[in-house]
Design a protein around this ligand. Sequence first.
Ligand code: UD1
Length: 410
Amino acid sequence: MIRVQGGVRLDGTVPVSGAKNAALPAVLATLLTDQPVQIANAPHLADVETALELARALGKSANWEGDRLTLSGAVSVTRAPEDVVRRMRASFLALGPLLARLGQAEVPLPGGCAIGARPVDLHLRGLAALGAEVSIEHGIVRAQGALKGAVVHLDYPSVGATEQLMLAAALAKGVTVIVNPAREPEIEDLCALLSSMGASTHWEADRLSVAGQPALGGASHRVMPDRIEAGTYLLAGALVGGEVRVANIRPQHLEALLAKLSQAGLDLARGDDWVRITREGTPCAIDVETAPYPGFPTDLQAPWIAFLTSTEGRGVVRESVFESRFAHVPELRRMGASIDLEARTAIVLGPTPLQGAAVKVPDIRAGAALLLAALAASGETALDGIALLRRGYERPVDKLRTLGASIWET
Ligand code: UD1
């Protein structure tokens, strides 16, 4: 349980950790080689531990030294354990590397956050285009065959499907061209890791090519900063008030958010690796629609809605990436927010003063929205279900305390 005494302005600098969504595919990329791979700036998160548990179950050894992970040894098991895959959807990314490395793989259909149907059809069709025989029996995906480079067209620029195909293509024979790939910065991060392992990658207009190699070597890689964690703390400053400097980041990864914050009337300053946000007065409501990068990130939709409870006017938020990602809305309403929901659109009327309440974290980013709301609310909020929050945020209580928040864990 996290308890927050809200209404305390936030001031100071918060350092951002390595990106969860870059660290997870990086851990799974190590399945492609027997050589040691070092992953620096890896965040200590429950999801990263789950990825390590998966890698170990498949035969790798994995060790932490500070924020540096070293994975070594060969994969020897073709079947991913069901409980691990159900706990975290990104575990499904083991399919491509196992198949590419061992010629066969069995991975249960994934679970993960309850934010929509989240099918894996694009992953499976892509692997089939590379020559795999793919079947699903009793909830287990089975894939086998030797992989050959091919042109794969993605109907939607899915982050996971793009990563799955990159990982498989890195050990396929010849060049794979992914048409309409995801363009999230985490994809670039995976390109950098695969390149340092020996597979060359190349961007051209709407396509990403991966030249497969017979074998990949060891590498040393530094995970990019977490743009979603960065955006969450900027929105904390925007909602609660004060002067918050978010450090160790790449501001260019946050352009969509920064543009919206600036339109809302927040004062922003930026350097090469930091952004500072200052709130004075009442910002105005600004509409957002989530979209693949470089659009407004779906992972910041919930924190944006929390922010809109404090702005003047009517803010319309359309969720275009996941069909049912509004689990934070009923909890925010319990805290006093005025939000109408209609299919994929939330309409927030503000400003409404928030009141502390007992709330439950429904998923990682919804949890972040509730935490932000708790910081702004009058009185005490008790957040239950913080294990979910810890899947995506490293030491949130310590970090918020350095900003002056009155927050503690019980
Ligand atoms: C990743 C991120 C997640 C983020 C999301 C979108 C990780 C570990 N997670 O999730 O935090 O919210 O990108 O930026 O990196 N889809 C299909 N068929 C498929 C695959 C996806 O229809 O085979 C749909 C999904 O249901 C969803 C949309 O495509 O509606 C986007 O999903 P995708 O980009 O694949 O997200 P994830 O990789 O799951």
